[in-house]
Design a binder for this molecule. Sequence first.
Ligand code: NDP
Length: 478
Amino acid sequence: MSTQAVAEAGAFIAGAAHQNGGQPLPITNPADGRVFAEVASATAADVDAAVSAAREAFGEWSARAVSKRGELLAAGARNVREHIDELVPLLTREQGKTLRDSRIELNRAVETLEHYAGLSKALRGAFTPHLDPNTDGMVLRRPLGVVAAIVPWNFPTTLLCNKLGPALVAGNTVVAKPADTTPLTTLRFVELLGLPPGVVNVVTGTGPDVGEALVTHPDVRKVAFTGSTKTGERIMQLASGGTKRLTLELGGSDPLIICEDADLAKAASAASMGRFYNCGQACLAVKRVYVVESVADEVIEAITAKAKKLRIGPGDAEGVQIGPLHTARQRDLVADQVSRSGGELLCGGGAPEDQELANGFFYSPTVILDPPHDSPMATEEVFGPALPIWRVRDLDEAIERSNASQYGLGSSIWTTDLDRAREAAERLECGYTWINSPTKVYDELPFGGVKSSGFGKEHGEEAFDYYTDSKSVVVRSG
Ligand code: NDP
């Protein structure tokens, strides 16, 4: 089997390339707008074949020793790592991100698998002695069965591995559906994992067709979804049929607060990096900055200077720091949000002037000062390289504005007063707060949102709770 065979067939089922029966889907390079590959889309019958393969594999996979599952996952992760040089340009070509960012993403994906492979030796239940005379209690953790893992295009491999790691170690089998625009790296990645046939399967195609067929398949016991809030809500409705378990990792509009006593240079770097990394297409990107008035001018100048200096271009070109947006639709959406927002445009606000970039989906790093608090910049998720900055009176106003959002994924605060930072961490309505730190996600800590950012946790040991059921057993002896 070769990369080519799996990509052309469009699906990876029961350990082999599977020829999908649907229409070919074009795969476009976001840097030049050209179609460079076609992948056959799955039909309902192909989805059924994938779920059946996962169901068939479940018995043997869930019966293996947990540590054995960990060993197989670790071996698969090792093999992917050995092929990273092959995967990096493929990810850049279909997603648009820079080669450097593709390498970072793929390494992170592998690290997450290794993390959960390691945790396989620590996965334990509970034992409660003497519930009654001669009576003990046990709490078993049981896998759920077939898990559907549906992910978007911004980080196709890390977002998948956040699900594969805990799901597989816990004994589940998986059918993955990548975004229809980024199937290639996922197909090859899963092929390279080399797990026993049926343990991880991939079907490709669009959400409304293939995604919904997967979510509503009667043999899927859980849906682990990352994507937009709108789609998450649709999936929640669909998953109610059959009472399926659900994890929803949805949109965000993360605030970053800068107090007057902060290390301003570092705070400005975190804001710039947090917003422009991956061309602003990250759920936990910094999407709003609130800076206390007395230091605002210095911070605004520093962030704007950084945005202007970013080198924009095709992801595979030397020295480029920011690639194109993933699709023309995504670029137009961001442009529309910027144009509807008002405020003072400090830089960017349109496509770069370089004619060599005219066919790609580029949008210049943009900074906007004080747009209205009811503008799209404040109320919607902006999934691209546009950063609004607001001056605020004090920390209280910053927290109030931060919480005045439908979203609650992450937040950051920069201050040297740890008492204030701690108070802010308690008051900010979200699932993660970074204090004087770049917005990095750790495998060790649970990650997940509140409000319209979803529910359930990925990462951390907590992730196992979302891929297992606990079962109580009472043992009376004598
Ligand atoms: P979408 O919700 O549009 O798509 C995500 C995935 O769901 C894709 O594979 C898509 O398929 C599929 N899908 C779409 N419609 C359905 C449906 N009706 N039934 C089943 N599956 C469906 O997300 P975006 O493409 O807009 O991705 C960006 C979003 O993801 C942002 O809102 C971002 O914040 C969020 N995100 C959240 C993260 C988190 O951890 N909280 C992390 C990263 C991103 P297809 O595209 O092929 O149609």
